[in-house]
Structures are given as C-alpha cells and as structure tokens.
Design a protein. Structure first.
Length: 50
C-alpha cells in the first residue's frame, strides 16, 4: 500500500466499503490509517490527520 492509495481512500467525503484480501499488509495499512485519522464518537467533527 502506498501514499496514493491512502489519498484515494481518506480524501472521500462519504462512506464506502473497502474490499480486498485479508493480508497482513492490508491489516497494517488500515490500522495505521485508523491511528492517523481518528474518529471521535459523539463528535460532529471531520477526521483529520494527526
């Protein structure tokens, strides 16, 4: 996974499903995005890169 893939996924302003093979690379990529783009439950705020 790379920076282009990150940009394509994280720049969308709507919900979408991500399909792919369940590999370690995919799992690590998505976990890293989760750390960098946290969602705070109950807050009306966009995800922001931290």
């Amino acid at each position: 996974m790379n920076k282009i893939m990150e940009e394509q996924i994280m720049s969308h302003k709507y919900h979408e499903f991500l399909y792919g093979y369940n590999t370690d690379e995919r799992t690590n990529f998505l976990r890293t995005r989760e750390k960098h783009y946290p969602i705070i439950y109950g807050e009306d705020a966009p995800m922001e890169y931290i």
